[in-house]
Design a protein around this ligand. Structure first.
Ligand code: CUA
Length: 315
């Protein structure tokens, strides 16, 4: 996105510069042309419709270009591609904790392969922070109590600055890190060096430990909704509304089950507020996500590109 954001920025600078130049040129010219001279009377001029239309319509067109161009880039930057690799981010005073969907954990460092879309699902366990990678032209606030999402595709290997861009306490300026962009082969090697299974498998374990599986059964007999294939689809609620089952909805259902209750189910689910950490919540969300049809349970299909899949088949 960086070149597109820069193009808008440069366009704005050039247009503003040209307008400033025009204003100052006219100012100097008129100051000289209509200066006070002995024996010349000033003369009152009334409005001119063609002139007023001109200076209304031309700026309107220029502003509409700003708006349309800005909106196109904004929506592109705000909409993560569907098959992006997912990384969960938990911010706290004063560090970044990152966990790959494949299970690798990192602190203040994020390793990603070059050329792959990476979606960040971010939350904070205390105050508001902001995930800022200047070289990607990417900045997104990270809020306690909900998920915010951002994405990027790194195009050049290297190590890039990560900053916290929201004043979050005494060590705010030290809440920095780096994004390490690697060649795919290098990245695969780095990945295989890690411990752990996929995050969704951790989530499945927590799901069983907390007893979620006794009500959320994978048939229609459970006292809670069957979660197979639910993620990413609209859900009918008891109060007649319909919501999209996204990361924030799953999160809210775990922490405040009564808020958006699924149609046809009793309000018997207890809250898990205070009982699960942000990391456990992320794992549970990753597990529920893995149950949806597009990404079958037990695989990390979200993480593997066609290339790496083909490669592992060859091997
Ligand atoms: Cu975190 Cu500033």
């Amino acid at each position: 996105m960086a070149s597109q954001v820069d193009a808008i920025y440069i366009f704005l600078l050039v247009v503003c510069g040209m307008v400033a130049l025009l204003v100052f040129t006219c100012l100097l010219y008129f100051a000289a042309r209509y200066r006070h001279r002995a024996g010349v009377e000033a003369e009152q001029i009334d409005g001119s419709t063609p002139l007023e239309l001109t200076w209304s319509i031309i700026p309107l067109c220029v502003f509409m270009v700003f708006f349309a161009w800005g909106a196109i880039v904004f929506f592109k930057q705000r909409t993560p591609p569907r098959d992006a690799t997912e990384v969960y981010v938990v911010a706290k005073q004063w560090m970044w904790k990152l966990e790959h969907a494949e299970g690798q954990r990192e602190i203040n460092e994020l390793h990603v392969p070059v050329g792959r879309d990476v979606k960040l699902i971010m939350t904070s366990q205390d105050v508001i922070h902001s995930f800022y990678v200047p070289v990607f032209r990417m900045k997104q606030d990270v809020l306690p109590g909900r998920y915010t999402v951002a994405w990027f595709r790194a195009t050049k290997p290297g190590t890039y600055h990560l900053f916290c861009a929201e004043y979050c306490g005494t060590q705010h300026s030290g809440m920095i890190g780096s994004i390490v962009v690697m060649e795919p082969a290098q990245y695969e090697a780095w990945m295989s060096g890690g411990p752990a299974g996929p995050l969704s498998a951790t989530g499945e374990k927590i799901f069983a430990e907390l007893g979620c599986s006794t009500c959320h059964r994978s048939d229609t007999q459970g006292r809670g909704p069957n979660l197979q294939g639910v993620f990413g689809k609209p859900v009918k609620l008891e109060d007649g509304r319909s919501v999209m089952a996204d990361e924030n909805y799953v999160r809210e259902c775990i922490l405040d089950p009564g808020a958006k209750r699924v149609k046809g189910f009793q309000p018997i689910m207890p809250t898990f507020q205070g009982l699960v950490s942000e990391e456990q919540l992320n794992a549970l969300v990753a597990y529920v996500k893995s149950l949806s049809a597009a990404k079958p349970a037990g695989t990390n299909a979200s993480a593997a590109t066609p290339e790496t899949k083909a490669k592992s088949q060859v091997e």
